[in-house]
Design a protein around this ligand. Structure first.
Ligand SMILES: Nc1nc2c(c(=O)[nH]1)N[C@H]1C(S)=C(S)[C@@H](COP(=O)(O)OP(=O)(O)OC[C@H]3O[C@@H](n4cnc5c(=O)[nH]c(N)nc54)[C@H](O)[C@@H]3O)O[C@H]1N2
Ligand SMILES: Nc1nc2c(c(=O)[nH]1)N[C@H]1C(S)=C(S)[C@@H](COP(=O)(O)OP(=O)(O)OC[C@H]3O[C@@H](n4cnc5c(=O)[nH]c(N)nc54)[C@H](O)[C@@H]3O)O[C@H]1N2
Ligand SMILES: [Mo]
Length: 762
């Protein structure tokens, strides 16, 4: 008998089912390097952290909507679906009638699960648009700075990864892969919407076999698997290093001035800065050395090598998830432009090789089926990582990307498919922000910390308890996702919930267009198929076959078209060229983002004044053991923990200085908050750097205290939630200064995955 197959953001699999749950999984055929994260799936459908029934916070039910500091520390009351729909529809109507649609924050950032139709964000946005609109959010936690800076300087941001130079071209042509932020294979497990193959590891093997060399700038040795030239720089100093390399190119006549004159604008302005003509500070390798801690000679020698060989300069996404995050991708692009190899096979610029599976993978020639979300009549929005500012500073103005915006007054927060307690920084501040609003609604299959902080909790199905299909722009397979199990307890898919609410609110017909979920699948497929310029099977045939292979654009080189014919392929920038100097950005007059890429001293780094108090630089990077906070209760994630706590890695010298040993439970703290973690002593990090991945579910020692320590190891109790700059206001959660000490108290239990107390209706 054939085993049912399905898709996740981290790979395709076939499942053995037992007792309504996934009992075992096998990676789907054809995946050369299946993700270990598949091991988190068994047991996930009936896990104790599932939300079994619609629930309303007890205090909210008693007192009605309003600000409350009991969020996260209250009991819940289980209600029927009928009651839930009535309560929620009434509350939505009240907020919209009394305060207007602007008072509904529906940004609802988050990854939810694979699936083109049941995609939670598409569903909630479609629903809220029909309600009359909502305050929305722009860009992502992934690429907050890139999403604003790169369109301004190279005319696009997503083409940088979706139309990146392919692995096969790198394997064949590249000599040097100079990776700022490494090229971490753990991260290539993931692709938004799903992935059926993981070619990066094999591509790097072939690249090396041909004589290619990896140069890794990273505080962590294991950001590259296997052999490489490792430069363990001080975190946050990549832009200084790139400037040092650029200085060598400029002063040793190694810069390609013809490329700079033909394809770029503003190099001369930048060069004045580089050579120190205006500020008297040449950005030499010696200068870069004092900042980054790397030997100047190594940089000089590398710059010469880069100019003499076919070189890609690639910048990981992590480098723009820090204060002044706009600078690293902009400076990386500038460095690549100086080498003059942009648009040549195997040379030029990359952004995110090793950040996600998609860079290096060929894009589809076609779009994918898509649920129309409608139009949002409300204009007000925030840069996505400004959620706490939004709730704490209503009415205040702020700068963003050349505009002056105002935070609207929010009364109702609606979240479906994301977890702010995973993704947002400074959780103590977030908890205070969430206490301000009248009502918080959360749809999730699991009792995450966000669900526990909600007033109205809507139990969603998982992707395996409904029918869907999924795929992504850089994967050649559209994959059917049949139902593997019946919905857990009283959970219901988000579409059904929104359809029911829409009917109560009077726009049911517009929301459903009279279709069941299954009918929507066929309808979206048919509409998509009709617009294609090639033939595909009928929906029923596709559903039977389970997969549909789609054609891809192979052998791409980033910006090859532009290089071949810059007039015909003008970039979408004001000059039509690569803007090393942007007159627009310069014109904004920001003190934290200038007209050309520049070194700005970070607020949190080993040489800032804060480091005397908090002398360790913590990298809060992506977890190797799960996707974000998803399936933290699964076997692979749990196996990585130490006495149930998230592991923190520390150099032996830092551990010795603190009298710490491997396996100790430590307290990680700064002036924003504290968490417990399990110590792993490891010499593969630069001394004074510690690493604690995101994703341990927030678990406050005392839920009534917003400043409570997290006993489980969520680094976002420590991070700062100020944005990258006035330009992009992107997330800066990748870095934070901390201190670490041995935890000597009685070890509190981890309750992160326990549901809250749930009462029956009195
Ligand atoms: N300090 C620090 N913080 C970071 C980062 C960092 O590097 N450092 N990285 C940031 C980045 S890049 C990102 S992308 C974010 C990720 O942040 P999120 O995307 O918010 O994190 P997830 O844990 O993936 O949250 C998805 C939620 O959707 C739920 N879900 C799954 N399927 C469904 C469904 O069908 N319906 C509904 N309603 N819910 C569903 C899951 O149970 C889960 O709770 O985190 C950011 N936060
Ligand atoms: N397994 C797994 N993979 C994932 C995810 C996941 O949750 N789990 N999340 C996915 C998502 S949504 C995204 S957006 C991407 C994010 O992709 P990235 O943002 O690139 O991922 P990170 O793991 O945060 O960072 C990559 C590496 O950068 C290095 N680094 C940090 N700071 C510095 C610095 O200042 N200088 C230098 N040179 N290096 C530095 C760290 O050592 C870190 O391991 O990952 C995706 N891949
Ligand atoms: Mo992300």
């Amino acid at each position: 008998m054939s085993r049912p197959a399905s898709l996740t953001h981290w790979g395709a699999f076939t499942a053995t089912m037992a007792d309504g749950d996934i009992a075992a999984v096998t990676a789907a055929e054809g995946d050369a390097d299946p993700s270990p994260l598949l091991g988190n799936l068994p047991g996930s459908l009936r896990h104790r952290s599932r939300v079994a029934a619609p629930a309303v916070r007890r205090g909210w039910l008693r007192a009605g909507p309003g600000p409350s500091d009991r969020r996260g520390d209250d009991e819940f009351v289980a209600v029927s679906w009928d009651e839930l729909e009535e309560i929620l529809a009434t509350e939505l109507r009240r907020v919209v009638d009394t305060h207007g649609n602007e008072a509904v924050f529906g940004g609802s950032y988050g990854w939810s699960s694979a699936g083109r139709f049941h995609h939670a964000q598409s569903q909630v946005h479609r629903f809220l648009n029909l309600l009359g609109g909502y305050t929305f959010s722009r860009h992502s936690y992934s690429l907050g700075a890139t999403g604003v800076i790169m369109p301004r300087v190279v005319g696009t941001h997503d083409d940088l990864f979706k139309r990146s130079t392919s692995w096969e071209v790198i394997v064949e042509h590249t000599d040097l892969l100079v990776c700022f932020g490494g090229i971490a294979l753990k991260n290539t497990a993931i692709n938004h919407g799903g992935t059926t193959a993981h070619p990066a590891r094999d591509a790097l093997r072939k690249f090396r076999a041909r004589g290619g060399r990896i140069v890794s700038f990273s505080p962590l040795r294991d950001d590259v698997d296997g052999d490489c030239d490792w430069h363990a720089l001080i975190p946050g100093t990549d832009v200084a290093v790139m400037l040092g390399l650029a200085y060598v190119l400029a002063t040793e006549n190694l810069a390609d001035r013809e490329f700079l004159a033909t394809y770029c604008t503003g190099y001369d302005r930048f060069e004045r800065y580089l050579l120190g003509h205006d500020d008297g500070v040449p950005k030499s390798p010696q200068w870069a050395s004092t900042i980054s801690g790397l030997p100047a000679d190594d940089l000089t020698e590398l710059a010469r090598r880069m100019a003499g060989q076919r070189t890609i300069v690639t910048v990981s996404w992590s480098l723009q998830r820090i204060r002044h995050g706009e600078q690293a991708p902009w400076m990386g692009l500038t460095l690549a432009a100086m080498l003059g190899q942009i648009g040549l096979p195997g040379g030029g610029f990359g952004h995110g090789y090793g950040s996600m599976n998609e860079p290096g993978l060929p894009p589809l020639r076609s779009e994918l089926p898509r649920l129309p979300q409608g139009i949002n009549p409300v204009q007000s929005f925030i840069p996505v990582a400004a959620i706490s500012d939004l709730l704490l500073r209503p009415g205040e103005q702020f700068d963003y990307n050349g505009r002056r915006l105002r935070f609207p007054e929010i009364k109702l927060v609606y979240w479906a498919g994301g977890n702010p307690f995973h993704h947002h920084q400074n959780i103590p501040r977030l908890r205070r922000a969430l206490s301000r609003v009248d009502t918080i609604v959360v749809h999730d299959p699991y009792w995450t910390a966000m669900a526990k902080h909600a007033d109205i909790v809507v139990p969603s199905t998982t992707a395996f308890e409904r029918e869907d299909y999924s795929g992504s722009r850089n994967d050649p397979v559209l994959m059917a996702m049949p139902r593997l199990a019946e919905p857990f307890a009283r959970s219901r898919d988000d579409y059904s919930t929104f359809a029911a609410l829409a009917h109560r609110l009077g726009f049911g017909e517009q929301f459903t267009e009279g279709r069941t979920a299954r009918q929507w699948l066929a309808h979206l497929y048919d509409k998509w198929a009709a617009a294609l310029d090639f033939a595909v099977p009928t929906f029923d045939e596709f559903w039977q076959q389970g997969r549909l292979r789609l054609a891809t654009e192979d052998g791409l080189t980033l910006l090859a078209d532009y290089r071949a014919d810059p007039a015909a392929h003008r970039l979408g920038t004001p000059s039509g060229r690569i803007e090393i100097f942007s007159a627009d950005i310069d014109g904004f007059g920001y003190d934290d983002c200038a007209g050309h890429p520049k070194w700005f001293e970070p607020s949190e780094w080993l040489k800032s004044p804060r480091a005397t108090q908090f002398p360790l630089h913590l990298l809060a990077n992506q977890p190797a053991s799960r996707l974000h906070g998803q399936l933290d209760g699964g076997a692979v994630s749990q196996a990585s923990k130490i006495q149930g706590r998230e592991p923190i890695r520390m150099h032996p010298s830092d551990a010795a200085a603190r009298g710490l040993s491997d396996g100790d439970i430590v307290r990680v703290f700064n002036d924003r908050g504290a968490c417990l973690a399990g110590l792993v002593v490891d010499d593969r990090l630069r001394p004074s750097v510690v690493q604690l991945a995101t994703g341990a579910w927030f678990d406050p020692a005392d839920p009534s205290d917003p400043d409570a320590m997290c006993v489980h190891g969520n680094p976002n109790v420590l991070t700062d939630d100020s944005g990258t700059s006035k330009l992009a206001h992107g997330c800066t959660g990748a870095h934070v200064l901390v201190q670490v000490e041995k935890f000597t108290g009685e070890l509190p239990p981890v309750r992160a995955h326990e549901p809250p107390v749930i009462r029956r209706r009195e």
